[in-house]
Design a protein around this ligand. Structure first.
Ligand code: ATP
Ligand code: MG
Ligand code: MG
Length: 554
């Protein structure tokens, strides 16, 4: 959905404005505050805010908080932070619960019109009476209560005279409708629970299918954009708006959900991962939440560009490869992230012919793809660290890194040659002795001979210790996970126990003041972000954002 490209929702809005049906487009993003936002929600945010912005309209952030049991202020705060971080500004901040009184009055209006009734059937009985796709529903024995009796019972429901589940209010529509949603849906239930916003004012709460169209109509929403699973609810949505005699008539339009392959996304499952300690919070860098992606180091620009590229379709859910999201992250960070060197698994190298006690400062570009970012200085001395797997005592052919007798280039420094391997009593390699050639200094134009390997390194006396966190997918096989019911397993059986690998190494000393959320490209490793949760004065922690290589092509 690139901003200028057309999509079917854009065409509808354009036509409605041209025909004078509306002067101004008003949309809303309506999360339920029962969890943190995930990348799927980003799609809804980009569509709702993006389209309204394009037509000079407005978007409300509205919390769909009609279920007191699952909702919490923590989620409200997190959702606001995430929407703002993605770069969107809401016109009004609203809570569905602010409209409870008006919703109640509209329900009373339905009763007065003979369009709603109080039912004593249990939830199970209501389900049973509802029928199936091939079988019409059966009317409740309470369906023909008088208006007076319904008004009295509904009033007493509000006053708290009934237990949870004892009575509900149902819309009186059509028990034989081919659309099961129209077979007298429940529109109010009793729930003696404290609400995060209205406290104990209410003990009856409107159902989503009744509340949502009213919320939209009250706010003057012109286009109510939602995902395709609500398509069958649209006739009920329209019924509620019409029968409740709302002044504004919003139009519901559905679009396909966004999913990522090999990722669980429902808030229920994500909450379970948090509650049962599989991750260190909703913002764990392995989570597909907006806050998790932020902590991992993804940028709002990359997420928005990715979501736009996935497009807007009428079809059902589409699951996209994570590689596509990673592509946009690399694209965004390429020009922004300073280059640097970090050693994740250190092996000490002593350069035996380099003067003891001498330190020289080497010049290096901060970002060769973006020269405006200037230069940095890197200390070099007699002792450095290289990556342990950049050395092999007995290398296979085509191994161009360090091995006895071989010469390599140290990025931004000199050629060094491996002369001697030092081992401990158990035969483990603990140190390499190398010599360097002063003639080969980087930037001097040395062309005397060529080497094939270029290694990164960090000065051992001045390098700063750091922790690196590398991530693998949290769920091993989400296809298996979706078969959970039939297999008698849950998705938790597919949690990858090795999804987090922690390494301790060294970084260039010029990075010692890096702040949480600073992003770097570590030469030969990939992009890393300074972690917000675990970084302390003494211990800087980096999260791997994305590796350098990609096979993904747009
Ligand atoms: P989940 O099923 O993941 O818990 P939800 O639909 O219950 O999500 P809501 O808080 O109701 O979560 O979502 C707010 C808005 O975001 C809704 O309009 C919903 O349709 C939309 N949305 C949720 N998930 C996706 C998705 N994967 N792709 C696109 N839009 C989504
Ligand atoms: Mg929902
Ligand atoms: Mg949900």
């Amino acid at each position: 959905m690139d901003n200028n490209a057309s999509n079917f929702i854009r065409s509808i809005i354009k036509e409605d404005l041209e025909n004078g049906k509306h002067d101004k487009v008003i949309t809303r993003f309506p999360p339920e505050p029962n969890g943190y936002l995930h990348i799927g929600h980003a799609k809804s945010i980009v569509i709702n805010f993006g389209l309204a912005d394009d037509f000079g309209g407005e978007t409300n952030l509205r919390f769909d908080d009609t279920n007191p049991l699952k909702e919490d202020q923590e989620y409200v705060d997190a959702i606001k932070e995430d929407v703002a971080w993605l770069g969107y500004e809401w016109e009004n901040l609203r809570f569905a619960s602010d409209y409870f009184e008006e919703m109640y009055e509209r329900a009373v209006l339905l009763i007065n019109k003979g369009k709603a009734y109080v039912d004593d059937l249990s939830a199970d009985e209501i389900r049973e009476y509802r029928g199936t796709l091939t079988e019409p529903g059966k009317e409740s024995p309470y369906r023909n209560r008088s208006i007076e009796e319904n008004l009295d019972l509904f009033d007493r429901m509000r006053k708290g005279e009934f237990e949870n589940g004892q009575k509900v209010l149902r819309a009186k529509i059509d028990m034989s409708s081919p659309n099961i949603n129209l077979r007298d849906p429940v529109i109010y239930r009793v729930s003696h629970a404290t609400h995060h916003n209205t406290g104990d004012t209410w003990c009856i709460y409107p159902m989503y299918a009744f509340a949502h169209p009213l919320e939209d109509a009250i706010e003057g929403v012109t286009h109510s954009l939602c995902t395709t699973e609500f398509e069958d609810q649209r006739p009920l949505y329209d019924w509620v708006v019409a029968e409740c005699e709302m002044k504004n008539t919003p139009r519901q339009i559905e679009f396909g959900r966004l999913g990522l392959i090999n990722t669980v996304m429902s808030k229920r499952k994500l909450k379970q991962l948090v509650d049962e300690g599989y991750v260190d919070g909703w913002d764990d860098p392995r989570m597909p939440t907006i806050s998790g992606l932020r902590r991992k180091g993804y940028t709002p620009e990359a997420i928005v560009a990715f979501v736009k590229e996935t497009g807007v379709s009428k079809g059902g859910a589409s699951a996209v490869d994570t590689a596509m999201l990673e592509h946009f992250v690399r694209e965004d960070l390429k020009m922004k992230a300073p280059r640097t060197m970090g050693i994740l698994d250190p092996l000490k190298v002593v350069i035996t012919n380099y003067p003891e006690g001498q330190v020289e400062m080497l010049d290096a570009e901060v970002n060769p793809e973006n020269p405006e970012m200037g230069m940095r200085q890197i200390p070099f001395s007699r002792e450095i660290y290289v990556e342990r797997d950049d050395f092999m005592e007995e290398p296979p052919s085509k191994y161009f890194r360090l091995f006895p007798g071989n010469e390599v280039r140290l990025k931004h420094a000199y050629f060094i040659k491996c002369e001697k391997v030092i081992k401990d009593a158990d035969g483990n390699v603990v140190e390499l002795h190398c010599t360097y050639d002063p003639e080969t200094k980087s930037g001097t134009g040395f062309t005397g001979r060529k080497v094939k390997g270029t290694l990164h390194w960090v000065d051992a006396t001045q390098g700063v210790p750091a922790e690196f966190r590398l991530y693998e997918p949290l769920i091993r096989d989400a296809d298996m996970a979706s078969d959970e019911e039939s297999e008698g397993k849950t998705f938790l059986d597919y949690v990858n126990q090795d999804s987090l690998v922690v390494k301790r190494g060294y970084i260039e000393p010029n990075m010692k003041d890096a702040q949480p959320q600073d992003k770097f490209q570590f030469f030969r490793h990939g992009y890393f972000n300074v972690d917000t949760k675990h970084t302390t004065e003494e211990n800087i922690v980096f999260n791997e954002i994305v590796s350098l290589k990609s096979s993904f092509k747009l």
